[in-house]
Design a protein. Structure first.
Length: 306
């Protein structure tokens, strides 16, 4: 049969289908049959199901735990970063109120606190033994910013304001925060890729075994003219169910990790993100179902010629 003849036959088949009246009961029966075929495939796997779900759960548990710890560390770093302040040292002739007003107009400034040179000198004398000399310290403004990423830009702007002699901040600490944050985010992305590969590989092998065990049955359905999507859909759903059940099992240990993280937040008196745990659980469920479905689809494409 030539390609042109096949094309005409497909067009004719589509036209005939379009003229057949829709029967909602038929749709219900088809859906029921697909569901039963999915359950049948899972039942045929037997005890292998436990190994598959357990393995997927272990992978998703590691991912979910790392992701949750990452969000906790992000909160910790943000909290510590927001506590960092730029110290702006005023010249003796500077007008404090005018300088504070100009700084507050700058972008990314959250708060400005004035520390007089007398207060700074008294604090220094309480902390260390200093000689009896005149106060050498300048009046200081502590400028709190919204994000450590904007610190360089704000430093440059502060130096242009009249009355500010010099500025300083804990540069090494900021750089360490940024480095830790970058490492954590990179590690999370790498592990997402690992989860993807492992889950797809596991489901791929599982569905291959199901296809091999039902090879004759599938061949009979093909000879009877059963549509491709009717054969493929139960297998894809089977993979999705494995991913969903694995994710449900993974929620238990992830909740245990969450309890320890809450204690850590309380110990350091850091605000807990109310959406963090929901984000982790949603990601685990989504990735489990999505990657398992993709694994089934790839296995069908490779081992089932329909």
């Amino acid at each position: 049969m030539t390609r042109r003849t096949k094309s005409k036959a497909q067009n004719l088949k589509q036209k005939v289908k379009a003229r057949i009246p829709k029967d909602w009961m038929s749709e219900v029966r088809i859906t029921y049959r697909i569901a039963m075929e999915t359950i049948k495939g899972i039942a045929q796997a037997g005890l292998v199901n436990i190994a598959i779900i357990t393995t997927i759960a272990a992978i998703l548990t590691i991912f979910g735990s790392i992701f949750r710890v990452t969000l906790a560390l992000d909160s910790f770093i943000d909290s510590m970063g927001s506590a960092l302040e730029i110290s702006a040292y005023l010249s003796p002739e500077a007008d404090v109120n005018e300088t504070v007003g100009k700084i507050k107009e700058l972008e990314h400034v959250k708060k400005v606190t004035f520390i007089s040179k007398d207060a700074s000198w008294a604090q220094l004398k309480r902390e260390i033994d200093v000689p009896d000399i005149s106060n050498p310290l300048p009046d200081t403004l502590h400028v709190k910013l919204d994000d450590t990423k904007n610190i360089s830009k704000l430093m440059t702007q502060l130096k242009t304001i009249k009355g500010i002699n010099d500025t300083s901040y804990a540069k090494d600490l900021v750089q360490k925060f940024e480095m830790i944050n970058a490492i954590i985010n990179t590690a999370t992305l790498i592990f997402v890729a690992i989860v993807c590969v492992l889950t797809i590989a596991i489901i791929n092998n599982t569905i291959e075994l199901v296809i091999q065990s039902r090879k004759e049955e599938i061949e009979i359905m093909r000879l009877m003219g059963v549509s491709n999507w009717y054969i493929k859909t139960p297998l894809i759903l089977q993979g999705a169910i494995y991913g969903f059940l694995g994710a449900l099992v993974a929620i238990i240990p992830i909740d245990i990790v969450q309890s320890y993280i809450i204690k850590m937040h309380e110990f350091f008196m850091i605000t807990i993100d109310p959406w963090a745990q929901f984000t982790v659980l949603f990601s685990v469920l989504t990735l489990g179902v999505a990657f398992s479905s993709v694994g089934s689809f790839l296995s069908i494409k490779k081992h089932l010629q329909v």
